[in-house]
Design a protein around this ligand. Structure first.
Ligand code: HEC
Length: 133
């Protein structure tokens, strides 16, 4: 009888929810590795290198970071705090660390205040996840 079966209505509600989620800054929004690369250049690029086989500058090279233990880039003179942290770098550990490095890892010598915006952190982490062989 009805011209609008229930599934069509549900579809339009889902479409409206998807539009809403797209407008939200963090939750429900896909991380953007391309934007993350630009953010990385702005925030991290003066200290960190990311090329495969590239050396470290004033900061450890971040190629292959995901899944690596803290403080294990060969030849880089880490602080005791970074070397001894014993974490494995993952989206979760990076999110905590990048929000407030000195709080998450007391004693780190990384002179960086952190990235406050969760959406920016998610984009930077998505970019870092692309740095593998
Ligand atoms: C002013 C220079 C500087 C800036 C800016 C900076 N870092 Fe660092 N970062 C360092 C230094 C130095 C270390 C080593 C810290 C230590 O040994 O305590 C480090 C360590 C790290 C580590 C740990 C690496 C490992 O092998 O355990 C990660 C991950 C990291 N930085 C990511 C970032 C990201 C992502 C940004 C930008 C959002 C950033 N850093 C901005 C200097 C910097």
């Amino acid at each position: 009888m009805t011209h609008f079966p229930i599934c069509a209505r549900r579809r339009s509600i889902l479409a409206a929810m998807a539009l809403l989620a797209a407008g939200l800054p963090a939750a429900g929004r896909a991380a953007d590795a391309t934007r993350g690369a630009d953010l990385f250049d702005n925030y991290c690029g003066e200290c960190h290198t990311t090329r495969a086989g590239g050396g470290s500058r004033s900061a450890p090279n971040l190629f292959g970071l995901m899944g690596r233990r803290t403080g294990t880039v060969e030849g880089f003179a880490y602080s005791d705090a970074n070397r001894a942290a014993g974490w494995v770098w993952s989206p979760e550990t990076l999110d905590t660390y990048l929000a407030a490095p000195k709080t998450a890892m007391p004693g780190t010598v990384m002179k960086f205040q952190g990235v406050k915006d969760p959406a920016e952190r998610a984009d930077i982490i998505a970019f870092l996840a692309t740095l593998h062989g």
